[in-house]
Design a protein around this ligand. Sequence first.
Ligand SMILES: [Zn+2]
Ligand SMILES: [Zn+2]
Length: 287
Amino acid sequence: MENQNALQNGALEGAAGNGGRSGDGSALIFLGTGCSSAVPNAMCLIQPSDPPCQVCSQSLSIPPDRNPNYRCNTSLLIDYCSSDGIRNYIIIDVGKTFREQVLRWFTFHNIPRVDSIVLTHEHADAILGLDDIRAIQPHSPTNDIDPTAIYLTRHSMDSIATKFPYLVQKKLREGQEVRRVAQLDWKIIEEHYDKPFVASGLKFFPLPVMHGEDYLCLGYLFGEKCKVAYISDVSRFPSNTEYGRCCIFSFSCVLTYIYTFKHFHFVGDVKCRDETSICYFVILMSL
Ligand SMILES: [Zn+2]
Ligand SMILES: [Zn+2]
């Protein structure tokens, strides 16, 4: 697959097919295409097998931008340039490796901020970096800044309220001291997921997919000149989820049998219905 390397690490893919972020136009930056524990696997490095795991031992010897075996949690940054030339930065998912992704790829691609956040679901590899959003927001000891819009399901909202109550709390309790935390404007995506929403000027159509048979995860269809479907965690497409007219799929494919109940097995499970579309399969896990 000619462009597979281009999708691996912090790489650009021009959404208008023009080869990336060279000034004008929109672009996609894959901040991570790795599994939930990311690659390399820490155990492969601290307790190496004999012979050592080739993937993980190689992962530290090549710079990440040229290394297919160094992968953070799955996440996409949309560098969206609207028709009036205004640029917005929209991130899908903020996982455990978010800080590392900022340090590696925001600096590499000169990304100055995040204007809005879209979440696929509430698993650790999609949300545990939310605390670090404050690190890329303007400094205010009193939290007196414009909050960053974040779009998510009601289920994700409820889960995050348990995991990060201080990010959700609206008002200080009596006697409670101000604590500087990420300022987020929570926006619940309507149930049934049949209506689009607009984040920083870009329209997103939710694509509900099964991530295991008892868990719903959202992918998203977006793009103007060219449609892009981003689906990170999927084991099965419900029949009412439209996914045919897409340019790019980013699938969370894993290679182990034990994981396949929550993710597609990577061989032959997915076909693009529109023959003019291009599918990219991003294989996420090393074994
Ligand atoms: Zn390994
Ligand atoms: Zn998940």
